[in-house]
Design a protein around this ligand. Structure first.
Ligand code: TPP
Length: 369
């Protein structure tokens, strides 16, 4: 059972929202967040957007092969990074979550190096671009097959429960992922085992070109939680404060031993699905423009202004500072140099078998010509 101190009702028909269109605070409770943290949300939102833009430019300039855009998703992503206990709780994100990973504290140089496959990449250049992970920050490396990270996330949460560590797992995914068998297996098992895990759907209404009505017959995603026996929250994922408070409550619920929670965060992706997609073929431009009016960064900026915590000068210095940090991180990632091709043979077997030895030799011969 959820404790009586809860602020939000599960299964609301419209998404929970705390910041109005003009930036007004709509909550019925005190903010309880200091000025520094409120400002930090803004910095992290901006950093997420600017990182996203840089990753796209890297693909456009031929430095990396692939990019996934996250603009429009920043509210829920930054909220998750602020709601978890950093370096203690575990995160199992998906490929659109680089803003979350950055806000969590994973160095930008590692994120760029992962995209560029340079020696500064902790994954040694073996991942697809936009698939970060971090041992130091308890971030499970992103898995490409949709929803395949859900059963392992549940496993990690069951492990934390058995060992009594007090850790919570937060895993995120798109709306399309909720149609996968892996998703249902993982969510069901978590509820049956009372695992301390929060499942977060970043519902941007599209799985590439497949829109939500073709994905599910349910009235929304949060309601699916009812059948599994857990609370389901429906939140405006472009409202960073609503997302933060809902995530706080969900994480607290899971940590208290009351079992898992499902959160549906309503977002919109401004760009195409990936650098290999043309979204003009399936989305009207007016729809994209409509959602941009609800931009998480602009809405939060208005909120800060209403609170007397924002002015143009601060905004400009903040953006310049973040731009500089990202430029330096990118330069450091590039300076590390590309990973040697032969690294692909390492870390698989304790002792390399003859086929790998032979293949490695052949590759080395080829490369030396
Ligand atoms: C099992 C599997 N099937 C298909 C794909 C190809 N694929 C990559 S992303 C994607 C769409 C996923 O949509 P959603 O879960 O809604 O997340 P979004 O990309 O919209 O954020 C698909 C079908 C895949 N990676 N894995």
């Amino acid at each position: 059972m959820i404790k009586d101190t809860r602020r939000f009702e599960p299964f609301t028909t419209s998404p929970i929202s705390l910041i109005g269109e003009k930036g007004e605070w709509k909550g019925s409770f005190e903010l309880e967040l200091g000025e520094e943290e409120l400002r930090r949300f803004h910095r992290d939102l901006i950093a997420a957007r600017l990182l996203d833009e840089r990753l796209i430019l890297l693909q456009r300039s031929g430095k990396t092969s692939f990019a996934m855009q996250a603009a429009g998703h920043e509210g829920i992503q930054v909220a998750i990074a602020h709601a978890v206990k950093r370096r203690f709780d575990w995160l199992f994100p998906y490929y659109r979550d680089h803003g979350m990973v950055l806000a969590l504290g994973v160095p930008a140089v590692e994120i760029f190096a992962e995209n560029l496959a340079t020696k500064a990449d902790p994954a040694k250049g073996r991942q697809m671009p936009n698939h970060p992970g971090s041992k130091e920050f308890n971030v499970f490396t992103v898995a490409s097959p949709i929803a395949s990270h859900i059963p392992p996330a549940t496993g990690a949460a069951i492990s934390a429960k058995i060992r009594g560590t007090g850790q919570v797992v937060v895993t995120s995914f798109g709306d399309g992922a909720t149609s996968e068998g892996d998703w249902h297996a993982g969510v069901n098992f978590a509820a049956a085992q009372g695992a301390p895990i929060v499942f977060v759907a970043e519902n941007n209404r599209y799985a590439i070109s497949v829109d939500l009505p073709k994905q599910t017959g349910s009235e929304n995603i949060a309601i699916k939680a009812k059948a599994y026996g857990m609370p389901g929250y429906h939140v405006d994922g472009m409202d960073v404060l609503a997302s933060y408070y809902v995530m706080k409550e969900a994480i607290e619920h899971a940590r208290s031993g009351a079992g898992p929670v499902l959160v549906e965060a309503l977002v919109y992706r401004y760009g195409p699905h990936s650098s290999a997609d043309d979204d003009r073929l399936y989305r009207p431009r007016e729809e994209v423009e409509h959602w941009k009016q609800r931009d998480p960064i602009e809405r939060y900026r208005r909120f800060l202004e209403k609170q007397g915590l924002w002015d143009q000068e601060w905004e400009e210095s903040l953006r310049a500072e973040v731009e500089k940090e990202l430029a330096e991180a990118l330069a450091a990632a590039e300076a590390a140099g590309p990973v040697p091709e032969v690294w692909m043979f390492e870390d698989v077997y304790a002792e390399m078998l003859w086929p790998q030895r032979e293949q490695r030799e052949l590759l080395e011969q080829e490369l030396s010509q």
